[in-house]
Design a protein around this ligand. Structure first.
Ligand code: HEM
Length: 146
């Protein structure tokens, strides 16, 4: 017997479209994430993410037929994804997962994947960790030796 894919286990493409629709309801209300997405309409973003996940979890490869190689880090480079953005994204995805009827094994596997993928996409340091340099030159006795 061949191993069933998460795609099959989850119930096929309808489940992924429903999951992503729930996720985007969260994004639409999120003050940190919403400005990163197209201003007019989230429908296209929604479709791309659903097709990507369908492909990633073992379903049809429509995503790559339309978009080519996913190159997720490259495609996310324009967006300022720091720890807070990663946490917000994951929060909405985990809420969507909780609200979607799924076999527990599929939910767990997807939860693990999203945590990993979202961390992998962090591309900015959190602003609070950047050093603050004085704007005025220091007096000689104040100067830092390094
Ligand atoms: C970590 C926080 C994340 C933020 C802030 C973020 C934000 C974005 C934004 C702003 C877009 C552009 C939407 C558009 O132009 O329509 C996008 C596209 C996309 N994101 Fe994310 N994303 C995040 C994490 C993820 C993760 C974890 C995945 C996959 C598991 C993912 C998969 C995608 C895909 C497939 C696209 C469409 C790429 C394309 O074909 O153009 N994103 N994301």
């Amino acid at each position: 017997m061949t191993k069933r894919t998460i795609y099959e286990l989850a119930g096929g493409e309808a489940t992924f479209f429903a999951l992503v629709e729930r996720f985007y309801h969260g994004v639409a209300e999120d003050p940190l994430l919403r400005p990163m997405y197209p201003a007019d309409d989230l429908k296209e973003s929604q479709r791309k993410l659903a097709l990507f996940l369908i492909q990633y979890f073992g379903g049809p490869t429509t995503y790559s037929e339309e978009r080519g190689h996913p190159r997720l880090r490259l495609r996310h480079a324009p967006f300022p994804i720091d720890q807070a953005a990663r946490d917000a994204w994951l929060h909405h995805m985990n809420a969507a997962l909780d609200a979607t009827p799924l076999p527990e094994a599929a939910r767990e596997e997807m939860r693990r994947y999203f945590a990993h993928a979202a961390t992998f996409l962090i591309n900015r340091a959190a602003p609070a960790t950047l050093p603050v340099f004085p704007l005025q030159p220091r007096l000689p006795h104040e100067q830092n030796p390094i």
